[in-house]
Design a protein around this ligand. Sequence first.
Ligand SMILES: NC(=O)c1ccc[n+]([C@@H]2O[C@H](COP(=O)([O-])OP(=O)(O)OC[C@H]3O[C@@H](n4cnc5c(N)ncnc54)[C@H](O)[C@@H]3O)[C@@H](O)[C@H]2O)c1
Length: 372
Amino acid sequence: MKIGCPTEIKPQEFRVGMTPNAAQEAVAHGHDVIIQAGAGMGSGFTDEDYLAAGAAIIDTAEEIFATADMIVKVKEPQAGERKMLREGQLLFTYLHLAPDPDQTHDLLASGCTAIAYETVTDDRGGLPLLAPMSEVAGRLAPQVGAWTLQKANGGRGVLMGGVPGVAPAKVLVIGGGVVGTHAAKIAAGMGADVTVLDRSLPRLRYLDDVFGGTFKNQYSTAGATAELIQTADMVIGAVLIPGAAAPKLISREQLSTMKPGAALVDVAIDQGGCFETSKATTHADPIYEVDNVMHYCVANMPGAVARTSTIALGNATLPFMLALADKGWRQACEDDPHLLNGLNVHAGQLTYYAVGKALGLDVLSPTLALKA
Ligand SMILES: NC(=O)c1ccc[n+]([C@@H]2O[C@H](COP(=O)([O-])OP(=O)(O)OC[C@H]3O[C@@H](n4cnc5c(N)ncnc54)[C@H](O)[C@@H]3O)[C@@H](O)[C@H]2O)c1
């Protein structure tokens, strides 16, 4: 197969769909890999790195889209890229089609086959191609929260780990899933006094078994949240109700009960945010203040650490990408129902029920699409 990886063109996107190591593996499997010149630069990979891996460097995205059998990317194709997709071509990337009718219609019109990272599943009911970005955002949250807490940034001027004789910062993490667990681990590692709230008892049992001595956990209720935010220096919002907007767990009124200069880090902002006063911000201007409480609400946190994020995403996508290239999408999806769950579009038809429901479009069963 000829595998093409264009430069990401979405604003503020520095990741790249294939690392040199991934390119090398694909070449070792007998595939041709073409990378757009400069595609890896935002993540610290040079064209020479890709050449050394056995890939070819191509000047323009047009040439890549015109000749590749499979396009591997990070972000959903932008309008100009969608025009270049063609019938029979395979697209493997994040799509997030449900809120994006324009993109959905363009993909259907292109005739391509599109497999979305975010709907590929695993044996444990998880989303293996979303998890690495949640790990990154979770680990980043205490780091950006600690920066927000600094006096010059409007924060309370509290050091995460304290010092001998001075108490550490109190960090409350709401939601103990992938983001929350990684956030709690790092905050505890920085020396903070950490409590995690979750509504899932099995999850709390897991956290207690594995991290019992490292951080505390408590069942999440409105009352527990109201009590704990009064003493918190930092609150990290990390809840997810799959398929729904994030619940608002701290109201504007409650901000007055918090310590002046406390930091709210709303990682769930990409699902609308879990604090009433959250609004999405960018890396260029990440924080703002409401009622003396500092808010950090960057919707694409992994972009701040593009190199780590690219490598983490590449590790997760590699086995699927190789299966698609080695076997072709039909056989690969027939062999692996989790990869088949990633199939969103095939030959002008939608193949993912939740997207069809959200956009009011007909859906062809993915298993029928395999035979189409
Ligand atoms: N801002 C970013 O850049 C970025 C990056 C990655 C992920 N995210 C977002 O972070 C959020 C969390 O993702 P995740 O991968 O950790 O999800 P996850 O499903 O692994 O974890 C979510 C947890 O929230 C818990 N929960 C649900 N309602 C709750 C409530 N009322 N109180 C306490 N806990 C509650 C669930 O039981 C679950 O354990 C998602 O909205 C995701 O989209 C944002």
